[in-house]
Ligand binder design. Structure first.
Ligand code: ATP
Length: 428
């Protein structure tokens, strides 16, 4: 907390290989700048002298390899200096990946060896997976690579709103405030914040995304050599573990980074031992990773949706539009909640097909629901199509058969085919 009044500016001197860990206050942004030396935020160097403004609730660290002085303006929830970090081991991983990228680049473009590293980051919730993914991406792009970031975390993803899996090329170090640029991500809508709702659909969408990326790599030696960094969910038990194995397999991962869990590491090491081209590496979790309980996670999901429509600093102005029921076709994927196989008589198959398209009647149930706008031309293409964006239903007039919805911009929707899941949002 601040010394000398709530708005005092103060300086913090960081020794080499130390970091300043900060949780911004829930109500006020924090300003910060680099006065002397060099420093980075999750892999992205910060420019000297320039004030950066961090939004409320953000949790981050300013790390220095050689020493730095930082100035802060504003109150924080907490801030402290740490001299023990796993950064050296993380940057060593980066160095190994760099070597592999260079080798891939030097190989002839049709050979297997022209594929750069495909890194998948796994571990329990709050082990720092997103943060490590981000550092590896920023360090690589600083070196001139354009690695592909694949985010499979439907609960707390960093590319778009929750309930989605997505991929995007990272062309420059990730901005410490803005995060991943939302220009042209490839997004598939799963529609739920946990995979257990429809694990089969999750797998199908992963396959679709992997296939598209595979195709893109075939035509693009540069991004092929740069490789991928894949962030995963923190769900590592039972079905979650099965889905991890499925992801490693589907994306043909060549490096599995296991954060902060011995048990998961030895399990993976064991199942992957027959695949000599897959390296399983254990990494220490950073002491700076902030744990988030279910309530905080739910809130974070809500903020993510808000950010999609209104921007991080309320700098976007979404449009409210009205449309006739008859101008929309809304589908749900999968026929309602499935009975687990274990609950059925031996030999019986669950009745609901997890990838069946079910037309949805428009009624009050859609109030406050977030829908994805599909790029599909026909309903039967919905599952294999990525999505253009999202809308949020703010009013349903049953009598006049009209829906009012919020969209990022004015004008016609790119498609009349919409997908609904269980994702809702209460605008606050
Ligand atoms: P989940 O499984 O829920 O997606 P995760 O394993 O991906 O979690 P992160 O999102 O990387 O974990 O980290 C959790 C939080 O801790 C984030 O808000 C992140 O910014 C913060 N954090 C991570 N490392 C540090 C650090 N060294 N100092 C301060 N904050 C940190």
């Amino acid at each position: 907390a601040a010394v000398g009044g709530p708005l005092a500016t103060r300086q913090v001197k960081l020794d080499k290989e130390c970091e300043l860990r900060i949780e911004v206050s829930p109500d006020m942004p924090l300003r910060l700048r680099l006065l002397t030396g060099t420093a980075e935020i999750f892999g992205t160097e910060i420019a000297p002298e320039i004030w950066l403004t961090f939004p409320p609730r953000l949790k981050f660290a300013v790390f220095t390899w050689y020493g730095a002085t930082i100035e802060m303006d504003g109150i924080t929830e907490t801030d402290y200096t740490a001299d023990e970090t796993p950064m050296i081991s993380y940057v060593n991983v980066h160095a190994v990946l760099e070597g592999r990228r260079n080798r891939a680049k030097a190989s002839s473009s049709d050979s297997d060896s022209s594929q750069g590293p495909r890194v998948i980051v796994v571990g329990p919730t709050d082990s720092g997976k997103s943060t490590l993914s981000r550092m590896l991406l920023s360090w690589a792009s600083k070196q001139g690579w354009k690695p592909t970031f694949v985010d499979l975390d439907i609960g707390q993803g960093s590319i778009t709103i929750p309930g989605c899996i997505a991929a995007t090329p990272i062309e420059m170090p990730i901005d410490p405030v803005e995060g991943i640029p939302l220009e042209m991500p490839l997004v598939y809508f799963y529609g739920h914040a946990t995979p257990s709702v429809n694990a089969d659909l999750y797998k199908v969408l992963l396959k679709e995304l992997a296939q598209i990326l595979e195709r893109q790599f075939t035509g693009n030696a540069e991004s092929r050599a740069a490789g991928m960094v894949i962030n995963t969910m923190g769900w590592i038990e039972g079905v979650g573990y099965e889905l991890l194995l499925h992801a490693i397999d589907t994306f043909n991962a060549s490096v599995v980074l296991v954060l902060g869990q011995e048990k998961l590491y030895s399990l993976l090491k064991d199942v992957l031992k027959n695949k000599p081209r897959v390296d399983v590496v254990k990494l220490q979790k950073s002491g700076g990773v902030v744990s988030r309980n279910a309530k905080v996670r739910q809130k974070a999901r809500s903020y993510r949706i808000r950010e999609y429509f209104y921007g991080l600093a309320n700098d976007l102005s979404p449009h409210s539009n009205i449309i006739n029921f008859s101008d929309l076709s809304i589908y749900r994927i999968g026929g309602g909640p499935q009975a687990p196989r274990s609950a059925l008589p031996i030999g019986a198959e669950p009745a609901a097909d997890p990838t069946r398209l079910v037309p949805v009647n428009i009624n009050q149930d859609l109030f406050h629901v977030v829908l994805a706008v599909s790029f599909a031309k026909e309903p039967d293409q919905i599952i294999s199509s990525n999505v253009a964006g999202f809308i949020y239903i703010t009013d349903i007039d049953i009598q006049r058969k009209k829906i009012t919805y919020l969209a990022p911009s004015a004008g016609e929707l790119p498609s009349r085919l919409l997908i609904v899941g269980t994702l809702t949002w209460l605008e606050t």
